[in-house]
Design a binder for this molecule. Structure first.
Ligand code: NI
Length: 198
């Protein structure tokens, strides 16, 4: 009986340790998201050539950061990692993480479509952007294998938006100058307000 008690205490202790460790890991994995108009968002990301554990960890951290911020897509540039990496999850349950290394558009459709877009680097702003409806592209997986891809619907919109990031573009670049100035003013006002409240 005594032995059982010791065992159960021990298990309880271990469970607590694991809970504490995973809590710590989640905290550790969150990366800081750069916000427009930060000039760091204008960098052009370089091709990934090494497919190792560091790349896997980077993708895990990016996914964690994206889920935590309630986003559906994140490009490495947005967390100041100057590499051509994109993570996306379009599922309702947030259980279908997609990873695209070195994503590239090969051929865009002639048809275009307007879609409402937002961005974790441009918080609180949602605007319609017109883009090619679908495209054919390619990307590498985490093992460095190349895959072809035909993207349409939300995946097409989201990947085009993220590939823009890898080339130093933000979705507001697609809007009129007037709209862009309005967005900058709104974000500055928002920042001043949160600084005043802090
Ligand atoms: Ni974005």
């Amino acid at each position: 009986m005594k032995q059982l008690e010791i065992m159960s205490n021990f298990l309880h202790h271990i469970t607590q340790c694991i809970l504490f460790a995973s809590f710590f890991l989640i905290i550790m994995a969150l990366l800081k998201i750069l916000e427009f108009p930060d000039p760091k968002l204008r960098q052009r990301a370089s091709e990934v050539t090494v497919f190792d554990n560091t790349l896997k960890t980077t993708c895990e951290d990016m996914l964690e950061t994206m889920y935590n911020a309630k986003g559906i897509g994140l490009a490495a540039i947005q967390v100041n990692i100057i590499k051509r990496i994109v993570v996306i999850d379009l599922s309702e349950e947030k259980n279908n993480p997609l990873i695209f290394v070195n994503p590239e558009i090969i051929k865009i459709s002639v048809d275009t479509k307007q879609h409402g877009e937002g961005c974790l680097s441009v918080p609180g702003i949602y605007e319609n952007v017109t883009r090619p409806d679908s495209f054919i592209g390619k990307y590498h997986d985490l093992d460095g294998l190349e895959h072809k891809l035909e993207a349409d619907g939300l995946l097409s919109v989201c990947l085009q938006h993220e590939i823009d990031h890898l080339n130093g573009r933000v979705f507001v670049d697609h809007l009129s100058r007037l709209k862009q100035e309005k967005i900058v003013r709104k974000l500055q006002k928002e920042k001043r307000r949160s600084l005043a409240e802090a």
